[in-house]
Design a protein. Sequence first.
Length: 180
Amino acid sequence: EFIDIAHDVGLVERLSEVLIARAIDDLRHWVGLGLPEGFRIGLNLPPRFASRTARISGLIDLLAASPCRFLTVEVSESSVIDDLNVAAARLRQLRELGIHVVLDDFGTGIASLSLLQRMPLDGVKIDRSFVTDIAHETRDRALVSSFVSLASQLGLEVTAEGVETAEQRVALLELGCRMQ
C-alpha cells in the first residue's frame, strides 16, 4: 500500500534516491571493513529511470561516487520499455562506471526477449512466479530451463528469485541456475 501511495503522490523517485543514498552509505562502511571481491549489493532503479523526462543526473552522480564494483542495479522491464534507446544509453553509462546491470522480474513482460537483445545487461533475475512450483510443475521447469540456457548462451548471469525451499533450490541447481 505504501508503494502505491508513493506512486500516486509522485514520491517514488525521491524515495528511491533517499534509499539508494542510504544503501551507498552503508556500502561505503562495509567496504571499509573489508568486503570480499565479488560481493555486490542490489539496488532497484526508480520506475521512471529511463523516461526522457526523468531528472536522473543526481542519481547518476550518487552512483558514480560510490564503490561501483560492489553495485548491481536492477531495472524492471516496465521502467525501460517506453524508450529503449534512452534506457540503453543510461544503462550503458552505469556499466561504464563498473556497475552491474540486471533485468529484474525476467519472464513476466511481453518484451523480455527483445530486451536481452537491445539492453546492455550483465544478468537476469527470473521472476519468483516461475520458481514457486518449479519442483512439481513441468511447465515451470521447462521455462526456467529455457531461460537459463538462453541467458547462458548470451553470457548473462542468471539469478532465481523467491527460493524458499530445499526442493526449489535442488530443482534450480539441476537446471543450471547457481545463483538464488
